[in-house]
Design a protein around this ligand. Structure first.
Ligand SMILES: NC(=O)C1=CN([C@@H]2O[C@H](COP(=O)(O)OP(=O)(O)OC[C@H]3O[C@@H](n4cnc5c(N)ncnc54)[C@H](O)[C@@H]3O)[C@@H](O)[C@H]2O)C=CC1
Ligand SMILES: O=C(O)C(=O)COP(=O)(O)O
Length: 389
């Protein structure tokens, strides 16, 4: 039976082509899916179908996915780290210039001009003084969040002649290696806010980052500063943002997330969530997400999950593979191996990995695992999901 994958959002064909037709049925209208392949569509407040074994987000942010709910059901959620970072970085660089040169308002002014050549020339010369900007070299950029995107933004800003401050209490070793040593590491968010001419956000939207930039952060910032938000709308407290703009505490706001309140506001530029919308990024993300699902469905391999540990076990020949998700509590492997021993099944290989409250076990068993034994394993207290591959 082919695996059934339901796609939500438009997923690049380049990625979908990694799911061969003889093994996969893929589409928007696939019923009883084994897996969901999603971009930004929200899975919150939707029933989780019992057929779902895995979820892949073709992209970075997983705030549209109820990860805790999927964890309780033993369902890994995958994302595609770094696959769209260059696309976002390029739009953030555009955002720096949009802000520094008043490009959106200036272009709108030019677009509205009417008359013959001579009239327009006069209007241009009279109007351009309203759009005088500033240059980037020597200005300070504060980067909040130094992950795949933040690191790229910080490094490119140095090449534009900017001074760069970086803040990320949870920076990974891998990203610290990729970050230029010329980026000044700041451990106090307020210090970054006080010293920056432009602040750019590159953190995920989670409970701890909702409203990360609020009234007191706007107070800390220079009144001439610009805030860029290509991460997620709710990371900035919108009422506090409006107040800061109206009180002259903030020069401008450039973001990727239009809202009814922000639209058409002076000194606010909203783009329609375009950060990852390049052919290259869409292909990278879709390819990676499709591979992650394929590896998991066909081999039980876990790579780039946001809730489960990485797990890979080379397959012992002539074996049946059990893929088991369980609570990270003592004696789970003991109970599983006892059941296999009682059924006179020999274990050829076994892998057990944990992450937080969750653990994942792959067991290669010599011979066939009967359905009633699989049902018994599923019935062990603490086993969240189990299947035979
Ligand atoms: N506009 C768009 O189309 C796109 C937006 N995004 C957004 O950008 C976010 C970041 O993406 P990546 O860089 O790929 O993710 P990432 O996981 O590589 O990096 C996120 C970084 O933020 C840091 N962080 C978390 N909480 C923090 C806090 N309170 N203060 C400072 N740093 C904190 C983490 O330690 C991590 O290093 C995504 O979660 C998503 O929301 C991502 C891709 C496209
Ligand atoms: O990867 C992310 O976090 C994004 O925000 C990209 O969203 P999208 O896939 O373009 O809907």
């Amino acid at each position: 039976m082919p695996f059934r994958i339901r796609t939500l959002n438009a997923i690049s064909q380049v990625g979908l082509s990694r799911l061969p037709g003889d093994k996969y049925t893929v589409g928007h209208d696939v019923t009883s899916p084994d897996a969901l392949l999603v971009r930004s569509a929200s899975l919150h407040n939707q029933p989780i179908e019992p057929s779902v074994l895995a979820v892949a987000r073709a992209g970075a942010g997983t705030n549209n996915i109820p990860i805790a709910e999927f964890s309780k059901l033993g369902v890994p959620v995958f994302n595609t780290p770094g696959a769209n970072a260059n696309a976002v970085k390029e739009l953030v660089v555009a955002g720096l210039f949009l802000a520094a040169r008043n490009i959106v308002d200036a272009a709108a002014f030019a677009h509205r001009l009417e008359g013959d050549h001579a009239t327009m020339d006069k209007l241009v010369e009279a109007g351009k003084k309203n759009y005088v900007g500033f240059e980037l070299p020597g200005r300070t950029l504060g980067v909040i969040g130094l992950g795949a995107i933040g690191v790229e933004v910080a490094n490119v800003a140095l090449s534009l002649g900017m001074n760069v401050l970086g803040y990320d209490p949870g920076i990974t070793v891998q990203h610290a290696w990729a970050l230029s040593s010329q980026v000044e590491h700041v451990t106090d968010l307020d210090e970054l806010l006080k010293r920056s001419d432009i602040v750019t956000l590159h953190v995920p939207l989670v409970a701890g980052t909702k409203g990360l930039i609020g009234a007191s952060q706007f107070q800390a910032m220079k009144s001439s500063a610009v805030l860029l938000n290509f991460a997620r709308g709710p990371i900035v407290d919108e009422p506090a943002l409006i107040e800061a703009l109206e009180a002259g505490q903030l020069r401008g706001y450039v973001c990727d997330f239009p809202t009814p309140t922000l639209n058409k506001r002076p000194r606010v530029v909203t783009l329609p969530h375009l950060g990852a919308s390049t052919n290259e990024a869409e292909e990278n993300c879709a390819r990676m997400a499709a591979d992650e699902l394929r590896w998991y469905l066909e081999e039980g391999t876990i790579q780039n999950s946001v809730n489960f540990p990485d797990a890979r076990l080379s397959r012992a020949e002539g074996t049946s593979r059990l893929s088991i998700s369980n609570s990270n509590v003592p004696n789970m492997v003991g109970q599983i191996s006892t059941m296999l021993a009682e059924a006179r099944l020999n274990i050829a290989d076994l892998l057990n990995k944990s992450r937080g409250d969750l653990a994942y076990t792959l067991v290669d068993v010599e011979g066939e695992v009967p359905d009633d034994l699989l049902a018994k394993i599923k019935g062990i207290e603490g086993v969240l999901s189990a299947r035979l591959i």
